[in-house]
Design a protein around this ligand. Sequence first.
Ligand SMILES: NC(=O)c1ccc[n+]([C@@H]2O[C@H](COP(=O)([O-])OP(=O)(O)OC[C@H]3O[C@@H](n4cnc5c(N)ncnc54)[C@H](OP(=O)(O)O)[C@@H]3O)[C@@H](O)[C@H]2O)c1
Length: 332
Amino acid sequence: MKAVIIKKHGGPDVLSYEQVPDPVSQKGHVLVKVNYCAVNHLDIWVRNGILGKSVIFPHILGCDICGTVLEGFGGFKKGDKIVVYPAVDTSIPRVSFGIIGGFGKYKGGYAEIISVPMKNIIKKPIWLSDKEAAAINVSYLTAWNMLEKSRCKKGDTILIWGANSGVGSAAILLAKAKGLKIIAVTSDKNKTILAKKLGADFIVDRSTKDVTLEVLRLTNQVGVDAVIDHVGAKTWPVSLEVLKVKGRMVSCGTTTGGEALVNIRSFYSKEAQIIGAYLGSKSQLVSLHKFMKLKKIRPVIDSVFDLKDAKDAHKKMEESNQFGKILLQVSN
Ligand SMILES: NC(=O)c1ccc[n+]([C@@H]2O[C@H](COP(=O)([O-])OP(=O)(O)OC[C@H]3O[C@@H](n4cnc5c(N)ncnc54)[C@H](OP(=O)(O)O)[C@@H]3O)[C@@H](O)[C@H]2O)c1
């Protein structure tokens, strides 16, 4: 089969489109023909490498998959369209699970065929195209989990960083459908226009405005009920500062680094909470599909690249030059 593999960690140039052996059937697993695989920031972390985390080279990235089962099993027959729930068992202590195509032993979806545990297979919702179905399993599931963990109710105010990102754009769409008041952060005029179109009530362009001052102004100095923070070190201090009394910051990412300097006194004196979110459960993915159908939400897709052009897709994401999900078309 054709696949994009990495033989070492590094920049986009380590992504190599090659002929590789097909995966073989294993007990409890099923072979899936990959139709689309979305690009996620995790792919960049794994491609670059993180100290203390390992993969077995050659490795195949990609955790966000819509495909076709090549063998029947359980309630599935050969040819059924499916999506892959990306979490897999891990033996790493104090980590909830591993992720397909992430660090660990599972090869991912930048390949024509993938072997995944049968228990990770979910029927593709028929009302979503293959492209749309591949865009949901990571960013949308994580945003959904974060919104649930934020415990926001209709009418509450939420701050969402990085409106153009996979997680940020998903959070805006889902938060809007839940009736929340959204303050979204962007970094240029075009992203501001698109964030407004998605449904953000207020936008703060961080390239021209101080986010803390602006959020406090917009909330009459009260602060927000919750923050969706996927950016990490650079945004944590602001995220905690703009929380109202008993506010919740939900964190899922470290795009700008994993060690932040925060004001602990301000944090405890308003009895705020920091909550971690890691992907979401398989049952949350099924509930998310139902919610999106009910509310007629379709994922925001920025662009589709051919699998062989995965390098360009990575470059686009690293330049934050997208609005919504970037996808790889693997087969038709
Ligand atoms: N825990 C989980 O299960 C989970 C699941 C999915 C994703 N994640 C993590 O969540 C993060 C986002 O993932 P993604 O795939 O959505 O990434 P992405 O599409 O590449 O988005 C990156 C975002 O970071 C923003 N950003 C970068 N520097 C910033 C700064 N200094 N201040 C404010 N915003 C900044 C960018 O906004 P601008 O364009 O405005 O700079 C952009 O919106 C990644 O770290 C990823 O690993 C975690």
